[in-house]
Design a protein around this ligand. Structure first.
Ligand code: PLP
Length: 428
């Protein structure tokens, strides 16, 4: 299938899968097998030296996960992808891949708490220093965080939970002026609403656990590469040097447009081992088939709920691009022309006792720490997802004490509004 000719809606159902290669099975089969026969010794030799593609062990690759990888690469406009066991594994492996051996990372400080904790507490223990970018809206603060030793800029396309939209084009330019890649966590908008590679990002990571899977059933992560970054620029000698994982040949020479994900597959996935299960790949593929339809519906419902909340006396602010005066409006117009997403925060006018009363009175919204489900979800980030951060860092990330985060699903908008309404009415 020549993917370039098809629209997103077609690719989300068809890309990366040819039934002829899978016994004409109509949907992608689950290859629930640990290993694959080599066939003969000559084939084994070709597979191990990357002279021929082929599966041999599911920790490294698997035909079901392979379709998932090809499908997301097509949806993001990348050359290749590698699926891993979780969004956190995708982020960790991407950063280790560029900064291993004592490199530095420049990272925006408005991040999902797991990423923040990885950068703040764990990577430094592995010799990788993180320089924080203090203001995600100020391109100069990106420049200031880069040193000669920096090996990547990391940011979320839409921050969790500050809902700040990144100027991807501006940041990519700064990264490339410094010969380093821009790595974007594109979990919030999904490839349906935004393709960071189109604006210059080099690597895109996802928590496939969220809207890609879309039904709250499987943990997974994915890393996509643009195939455009110049890994030969002198800052990444480990990409061009002879590699034990490829019979001492240079990975860059073997697979120049997929060297980033191939290196992760052959080293980190192979030897750290956070492999996605074929069953989870299957579930995520099922979710992706309806991604655009779900997101379009959810965006419409989100807009109705944002309107309702904006007029509610117990709400002090609503943080969603498109709301009058929102700081992200211009950036959102440019980067999110098909909708501003399905996740936003609002400020609850009241104390913690009132917030607890409101949350405990909800009948329809699920009270849990996840996003991108077909069910609508709600959480107070400062006590849940971002509870492990210092108050200062929580506030920087947008996890303000009064902030409630909603992730809107596929229920009827009027039912969700009625649920919020009855819960507000229980608070004096
Ligand atoms: N990135 C973002 C923006 C997230 O919100 C999350 C989880 O909430 C992750 C990454 C981590 O993903 P996972 O739970 O699949 O490891």
């Amino acid at each position: 299938m020549s993917q370039k000719e098809y629209g997103f809606e077609t690719l989300q159902i068809r890309a990366g899968y040819d039934p002829k290669e899978h016994n004409y099975a109509a949907t992608v089969p689950i290859y629930q097998t640990t290993a694959f026969n080599f066939g003969d010794t000559e084939r084994l030799e070709k597979i191990y030296s990357l002279k021929e593609g082929g599966f041999y062990y599911t920790r490294i690759s698997n035909p079901t996960s392979d379709v998932l990888e090809k499908r997301i690469a097509a949806l993001e406009g990348g050359t290749a992808a590698v699926a891993v066991a979780s969004g956190m594994a995708a982020i960790t492996y991407s950063l280790l891949n560029v900064a291993e051996g004592g490199g530095e990372i420049a990272a925006v400080n408005t991040l999902y708490s797991g990423s923040f904790n990885l950068f703040n507490h764990i990577l430094p223990q592995f010799g990788i220093k993180v320089n924080w970018i203090d203001d995600p809206y100020d391109l100069n603060s990106f420049r200031k965080a880069i040193t000669p030793n920096t090996r990547a800029i990391f940011a979320e396309s839409i921050g969790n939970p500050l809902i700040n939209v990144l100027d991807i084009e501006g940041v990519a330019k700064i990264a490339h002026e410094n010969d380093i890649p821009l790595i974007i966590d594109n979990t919030f908008p999904t490839p349906h609403l935004l393709n960071p590679i189109k604006y210059g990002a080099d690597i895109v990571v996802h928590s496939a656990t969220k809207a890609l899977g879309g039904h709250g059933t499987a943990i997974g992560g994915i890393i996509v590469e643009s195939g455009k970054f110049n890994w030969e620029n002198g800052k990444f000698p480990h990409f061009t040097a002879p590699d034990y994982s490829a019979k001492n040949e240079s990975l860059y020479e073997l697979v120049p447009t997929s060297v980033f994900t191939t290196r992760i597959r052959l080293r980190y996935l192979s030897d750290f081992g956070a492999a996605i299960s074929p069953f989870n790949s299957f579930l995520i593929l099922q979710g992706i088939e309806t991604l655009s339809v779900r997101i379009n519906e959810e965006v419409k419902t989100t807009e109705k709920i944002v309107k309702y909340l904006s007029a509610h006396p117990k709400v002090s602010w609503v943080n969603y691009p498109g709301v009058e005066g929102n700081r992200n409006n211009k950036l959102a117009e440019k980067y999110l022309p098909n909708g501003y997403g399905t996740i936003f925060t609002f400020g609850f006018k009241g104390n913690q006792h009132d917030i607890n009363k409101f949350i405990n009175s909800l009948e329809l919204f699920s009270f849990l720490a996840n996003i991108g489900d077909a069910r609508s979800l709600l959480v107070q980030p400062c006590v849940a997802t971002h509870g492990s951060l210092s108050v200062e860092n929580r506030n920087k990330a947008g996890a303000f004490p009064e902030a409630i985060r909603l992730s809107i699903g596929l229920e009827k908008a009027e039912d969700l509004i009625a649920d919020l309404d009855q819960a507000f009415s229980k608070v004096n």
